[in-house]
Design a protein around this ligand. Structure first.
Ligand code: GRF
Length: 193
């Protein structure tokens, strides 16, 4: 089986990245991680990736004069690594429409809400404040409009009366770690079918 070369883009903790690393360790999984990239040199996820023996690259976006200049460099790095599909996993930079168009239909993201509910930040607090009974996470394709791309998969969790933001976030995160590898697998198998 030819595994599709993917990059994972992170900015912090990297727990979703770790879930993807574990999935890629399965002999029948259709992806191999050729690069973990971070815009934050201090991202904890970089160490996890290095310990797993993966190639990493950190590039501080603040060193660049513009968003486009940063992305031009990122694009080069991804191409050099032979990346075909990009997985955003807690990557806290908004991508320009030029970059997204260059990778049209080949960037996935995981978002901690049941989109189209709660695009953007503070999703768990917003779900709690709204009194929602159900909350969850979404994997979607990235389009220029933030968090609005076609939905590839979702997982839901109950919201309990005693939930705090942290408790709810943990319950959702557990689902994220299952959902992202599952959806990526289905997406890649469709791509090569
Ligand atoms: C996750 O909740 C993800 O849905 C969101 O950012 C968080 C990243 O967490 N996009 P981690 O770095 O994967 O642990």
């Amino acid at each position: 089986m030819d595994r599709i070369p993917i990059a994972i883009l992170i900015s912090g903790r990297g727990s979703n990245m770790q879930a993807l690393i574990e999935a890629c360790a399965r002999p029948d999984y259709p992806a191999r991680i050729v690069l973990v990239f971070s815009n934050n040199e201090k991202a904890a996820g970089l160490k996890i990736a290095q310990d797993a023996g993966l190639a990493t690259h950190a590039l501080d976006h603040r060193q660049f004069a513009s968003r486009s200049a940063f992305e031009a460099q990122l694009h080069k790095i991804l191409q050099k690594a032979g990346v075909r599909v990009i997985c955003l996993a807690g990557f806290m930079r908004i991508l320009t429409s030029e970059f997204v168009k260059a990778w049209d239909g080949r960037i996935l993201n995981i978002h901690p809400s049941l989109l189209p509910k709660y695009p953007g930040l503070d999703t768990h607090k917003r779900a709690l404040d709204s009194g929602d009974a159900i909350h969850g996470c979404t994997v979607h394709l990235v389009i220029p409009e933030v968090d609005l791309g076609p939905i590839l998969g979702q997982a839901s969790v109950p919201v309990r009366p005693s939930d705090t933001v942290d408790v709810l976030a943990r319950r959702v995160l557990k689902e994220e770690h299952q959902l992202y590898p599952d959806v990526l697998e289905r997406y890649l198998r469709n791509m090569t079918a």
